[in-house]
Design a protein around this ligand. Structure first.
Ligand code: MN
Length: 178
C-alpha cells in the first residue's frame, strides 16, 4: 500500500509512507527493538480534561505512549510532527470540531494514512455515519468502558488496515481504488 503521491513537503521528516511503522501485534507490549518495535503512540484530541486524563491513563496502562491535544489545530500539528499510530478524536471540540479536523487530516498527505477513531457522546447511527464520512475508520461512544477501551482501539486499528476499510477511510487515495 503506497501513500499516493508521497509528497512530504512540510511534514517535519515524519511523513508516513505506507504502513511500515505500524506494529501489527495489537496486544503485545512494545519492545523497542528497531523500526517495528518502537513504542506505539496514540494522539488523544479531547477538550475535557477529565476525559483526556482517563483515556491517557487507560492507554498508558496498555503500553501506549500518549500525546495530548485539547484543540483540533493542536492535534493536527502533533499528528504532522509526530506521526502517531492512531488518533482518538473527540467529535465535539470548541472551534474546529473533530470531524472537520479528521477531514483535514485525511486531505493531508502527511497524515491521511493515520487511522482516526472518533470518540463521541453522540450514539445515534447518523453520528457514526458522519464520522465515517469525515474519514474516521472507527467510532467509540462515551462514556468509554475502561476495561475494554484499549482493546477496542487496537481492534479498530487492525480493521482500518484492511484494504476495503482503507478505501472507506481515505476516499481521496486513488491507489486504494481498484
Ligand atoms: Mn469534547
Amino acid at each position: 500500500m503506497n501513500a499516493a503521491g508521497g509528497h512530504d513537503a512540510g511534514c517535519g521528516g515524519y511523513c508516513r509512507i505506507g504502513d511500515t511503522a505500524h506494529n501489527m501485534n495489537g496486544t503485545k507490549k512494545p519492545e523497542g527493538d528497531g523500526a517495528h518495535g518502537r513504542q506505539r503512540t496514540v494522539l488523544v484530541v479531547e477538550d475535557n480534561p477529565l476525559n483526556l486524563e482517563l483515556v491517557t491513563d487507560v492507554m498508558t496502562a496498555h503500553g501506549w505512549r500518549v500525546l495530548q491535544a485539547s484543540r483540533a489545530a493542536e492535534g493536527i500539528a502533533l499528528a504532522r510532527s509526530h506521526n502517531p499510530d492512531v488518533i482518538l478524536m473527540d467529535v465535539s471540540l470548541p472551534g474546529m470540531d473533530g470531524l472537520r479536523a479528521t477531514a483535514a487530516l485525511a486531505r493531508d498527505p502527511c497524515t491521511r494514512d493515520i487511522p482516526v477513531i472518533g470518540v463521541s457522546a453522540h450514539a445515534m447511527k447518523g453520528d457514526e455515519k458522519a464520522a465515517f464520512r469525515a474519514g474516521c475508520c472507527g467510532y467509540i461512544t462515551k462514556p468509554i468502558d475502561v476495561r475494554s477501551f484499549a482493546r477496542q482501539v487496537e481492534d479498530m486499528i487492525m480493521a482500518c488496515k484492511r484494504p476495503e476499510a482503507a478505501r472507506a477511510c481515505q476516499p481521496r487515495s486513488e491507489d486504494e481504488v481498484r
